[in-house]
Design a protein around this ligand. Sequence first.
Ligand code: SF4
Ligand code: SF4
Length: 203
Amino acid sequence: MLDLAPMEHVHEIEITEEHVTILYNQKITNNYNTNEITQKEWIYKYNDDPEFVQAVRAVIELARKHLRDMPDNIACPPGCAECCSGYEPFVSKADVQRIADFLGMNYEDALDEYVVKRDSADGFSVGYLRKVTDDVADQCVFLKGSSSGRHYCGIYEGRPHDCRAFTPIGCEDVDASLRHDRNFVPGSPFQPKHPPKTRRRLR
Ligand code: SF4
Ligand code: SF4
């Protein structure tokens, strides 16, 4: 039987037609230049229990149907930008360069003006996007549309990877009055305070 007591930090649950696998109690030890990951694994093979197999198959079918239904809902409804206030998107050098290109600035100026510098241990991130004030719960400096109440990203084509990868799956804060099936016309893009002489736009 499954002993739930030590399963406090479940990392992943995989359910197939043959077994359930649970990875838990993962520990990451940071060494000088490597990370050592250890975890416990619990596997339950139930393919000799036809009723259980049937029940699990039904759950898997439901999950597959949900996956098929997902594309409509995989993006946030246009206008919602709750998360552009609640999170600090971390940026890599490539992200900063993309933002700089979008705004027609050079890398160093974009980094100084729009990034709170904080190098990650692995050197991948150079910091996170600035908020309009020093309050980390404030809105992203690039968020626009506050006066209309229908927000949009002012650097959409140049936004960092963290923002591109964000999905509303499991989201409970979505503004339910906003819909996917209506046209949303964003306003003008973000303008730097000191506009560069030449602007180069991404496609
Ligand atoms: S860059 Fe755009 S999408 Fe990302 S947090 Fe800022 S406003 Fe939101
Ligand atoms: S829909 Fe959800 S995930 Fe997307 S911005 Fe709104 S609150 Fe965030």
